[in-house]
Design a protein around this ligand. Structure first.
Ligand SMILES: Cc1cc2nc3c(=O)[nH]c(=O)nc-3n(C[C@H](O)[C@H](O)[C@H](O)COP(=O)(O)OP(=O)(O)OC[C@H]3O[C@@H](n4cnc5c(N)ncnc54)[C@H](O)[C@@H]3O)c2cc1C
Ligand SMILES: C[S@@+](CC[C@H](N)C(=O)[O-])C[C@H]1O[C@@H](n2cnc3c(N)ncnc32)[C@H](O)[C@@H]1O
Length: 639
């Protein structure tokens, strides 16, 4: 099957000449002087954004030509100035993203409050989500009081923080992979005469697909070719006086009448299952300021009870949805576990006012860095070509690679941090009838997410749904005490992937070794098996003959929920009803991004992953393969 090629970026050629910021290739201007008043006039006023902010409706803004981030920062400022209380998602499309140095040069022409700092010093291609609370910025304006308003650390002025999704790639290709419903567009991709690629009919076809009825646009240009293309795509176009010496620029609206998005009166989420899928959904919903009720918090933790979970990246060479998901999931997991969990740990009070201090166990929640043995030339070649995921070779013989951004997670610590932020219902939801009761008792427009691992199938058993294909896969890991390695100098410092995993326990000479795979688990699957332990130890002795270990006799056994194609099952499967399961052996890697996408899709916000990948994960895929009948998973209010 043919899959879209990965998005590509080119180096930006931004140079500052006196008071002008220009592109050395096109000879075109990013802007002249500081560009502030012109951007405000053309885009914020011209598109109608300022009027829409004043009504506090939720908005999605799309900008073609994100450039130096000036328009974005001015939107942030306007949100703060108006005390905007809605939620704003900003999608910035950019084929030549700035590196840190170039951003610094552009920033030097504007006041500090309008500085833009890119999320990475060296940009990477593809979708780069930058959650609102992470933006290093401060507003000069009076306090915003809305759902996007955050208090800046250190007691500085409150700031307005939209969620930003950067699409790094050529605009038409990037938009073709976006799932979003845009209310306002800024078209700012250099001049059509010098840079026609940013104004093609194909691009405006994608713009039309992504536009809500009545969506407005503004652009600095008045070129008649652009006007014709916009009209052909379904926009009405009018000319407005231009800024400064420019005579005119264009604004307009997409066909249809704009209406605010329906916003739930009591935005809340019911989640069934408190494994990593349920916990990640809870974190994503809390980040979207939804109140969360989590069912099954006393149920057996199953796979998610694994004491230490590794979140790692390995270049698979897979151009399909799985390969794409693994990379996107890796970046999202770093952000979620590195930031969200710590954020909740750092504060004395969780968002609900429940004490969130979970540091009492005195161990780090997340340890960064993992090593992998690179067993063959093909894998070595893939690592050599890998440009997005930071890594370094750490062995003379080059058979080991270190991934500093990989992490191992104290799963119990994370679980405590999440449960402190939500309303917990200890009992499991006992079958389809109980599921309907739970839904009936929730507020009328509440979202429900089923995230019950293998138990999801029983909950949906009366729907003829797609979960018949979900299979258990038993895994056993065994605790070992680590000796010194061959030359007696170094014990294992970081998690090591040698085909199986060796995960050192923090502040200890012990590690977890495993895990085994058994796709046909017996009734008593929970009982540790000697043959699995021997297998784990033998594989390790073969791969790492100079590292002595001794089994302590402790084992941990769990079940993974696995789909036949090894892809997760994620998506909306009914009205306000979502499903997240089938996470196989990588639940801690996949759950953060899939949860964020599920919550975003349910709220009509832009998806942080390429749309073709998200579609490939939809549970409906088994319906076509005769493995289930049409999904009609719409629990009704009747019990
Ligand atoms: C040995 C082993 C090692 C692993 N190591 C890693 C690793 O290092 N990194 C990694 O990313 N992944 C790892 N995994 C995989 C990972 O554990 C799974 O992918 C993950 O647990 C799946 O999470 P989940 O929330 O979908 O399902 P589960 O963990 O199974 O959680 C589902 C939860 O829902 C509950 N539930 C079921 N039915 C109901 C109901 N009706 N009502 C309410 N609650 C219900 C269950 O009791 C459970 O608490 C490992 C798995 C095993 C077995
Ligand atoms: C005038 S600058 C935009 C300035 C920006 N709005 C700001 O606030 O700084 C134009 C931008 O469009 C980008 N661009 C031009 N053609 C593009 C294309 N086909 N795809 C994606 N980005 C493109 C350029 O790299 C450049 O950053």
């Amino acid at each position: 099957m043919a899959f879209p090629d990965p998005l590509q970026i080119e180096p930006a050629r931004l140079v500052v000449h006196g008071d002008r910021v220009v592109d050395a290739d096109h000879g075109d201007w990013y802007f002249q002087y500081d560009g502030i008043e012109e951007t405000r006039y053309v885009y914020l006023e011209g598109s109608g954004l300022l009027d829409r902010l004043a009504t506090h409706e939720d908005l999605v803004v799309g900008e073609i030509g994100f450039g130096t981030g000036l328009s974005f920062r001015l939107v942030c400022t306007a949100m703060a100035e108006t005390g905007y209380r809605g939620h704003l998602s900003y999608v910035g499309i950019e084929g030549r993203p700035l590196n840190a140095e170039q951003a610094e040069a552009a920033n030097s022409l504007r006041p500090p409050a309008l500085h833009w700092t890119p999320p990475q010093a060296k940009p990477r291609a593809g979708f780069v989500p930058v959650p609102g609370a992470k933006l290093p910025m401060q507003s000069p304006a009076p306090p915003g009081t809305g759902s996007n308003a955050e208090v800046e650390p250190g007691g500085m002025a409150p700031m307005a923080v939209p969620d930003l999704l950067l699409l790094h790639g050529e605009a038409s290709a990037a938009l073709a992979r976006l799932q979003a419903q845009v209310d306002l567009w800024f078209f700012d991709g250099f001049s059509p005469a010098k840079n026609p690629e940013a104004w093609t009919p194909a691009l405006f076809t994608e713009v039309a697909r992504l536009s809500r009825p009545g969506a407005r646009f503004s652009t600095f240009t008045a070129a008649s070719e652009v006007r014709h293309r916009l009209e052909a795509a379904g926009f009405s176009v009018v000319k407005r006086s231009g800024w400064g010496k420019k005579r005119e620029h264009m604004v307009g609206a997409f066909a249809g009448s704009w209406a605010p998005r329906p916003t739930p009166a009591k935005p809340s989420v019911t989640i069934i299952g408190a494994g990593i899928a349920g916990q990640s959904l809870a974190l994503a919903a809390r980040a979207a300021r939804l109140s969360v009720t989590l069912h099954g918090t006393a149920a057996a933790p199953e796979g998610s009870g694994v004491p230490l979970a590794l979140v790692n990246f390995r270049p698979s060479g897979d151009a399909g949805p799985l390969g794409h998901l693994r990379k996107a999931a890796f970046f999202a997991a770093q952000q979620t576990y590195g930031d969200a969990a710590f954020t909740s740990l750092d504060s004395d009070q969780s968002a609900d006012g429940v004490s969130g201090d979970v540091r009492d166990h005195g161990r780090p929640l997340v340890l960064f860095g993992a090593e992998a043995m690179v067993s063959d030339d093909r894998l070595r070649g893939r690592w050599d070509r890998e440009t997005d995921v930071g890594h370094k070779w750490i062995d003379q013989r080059r058979d080991r690679v270190l991934v500093p951004g990989a992490l191992s997670l104290d799963t119990a610590g994370l679980r405590r941090a999440v449960l402190a932020q939500v309303a917990c219902v200890p009992d499991a939801v006992d079958g389809p009838a109980a599921l309907r009761r739970v839904v009936a008792e929730a507020p009328p427009d509440a979202l429900t997410f089923i995230a019950a691992g293998l138990g999801s199938a029983a909950l949906l058993s009366d729907t003829g749904g797609p979960l018949d294909s979900l299979r258990p896969n038993r895994g056993q890991q065994d605790e070992v005490r680590l000796g010194r390695d061959g030359d007696g100098t170094e014990a294992l410092r970081r998690p090591l992937n040698f085909g199986r995993l060796l995960l050192p326990q923090p502040d200890s000479d012990r590690a977890w070794l495993g895990a085994s795979f058994d796709r046909d688990p017996p009734q008593d699957w929970q009982a540790p098996r000697e043959r699995d332990r021997v297998d784990n130890l033998e594989r390790m002795a073969l791969a790492l003959p100079s590292l002595p270990v001794a089994a302590t006799g402790r084992s941990w056994v769990g079940l993974r929920a696995t789909a036949p194609d090894h892809l997760p099952l994620a998506g909306l499967i009914g009205h306000s009803l979502g499903l997240l399961t089938g996470l196989g052996s990588k639940g801690f890697l996949y759950a953060p991004i899939l949860s964020q996408c599920l919550v975003a899709e349910a709220l009509g916000r832009p998806l942080q992953i390429e749309a073709w990948v998200w579609k490939a994960l939809h549970p409906d895929r088994f319906v076509d393969q005769g493995k289930g009948s049409a999904v009609a998973l719409k629990p009704t209010a009747q019990g």
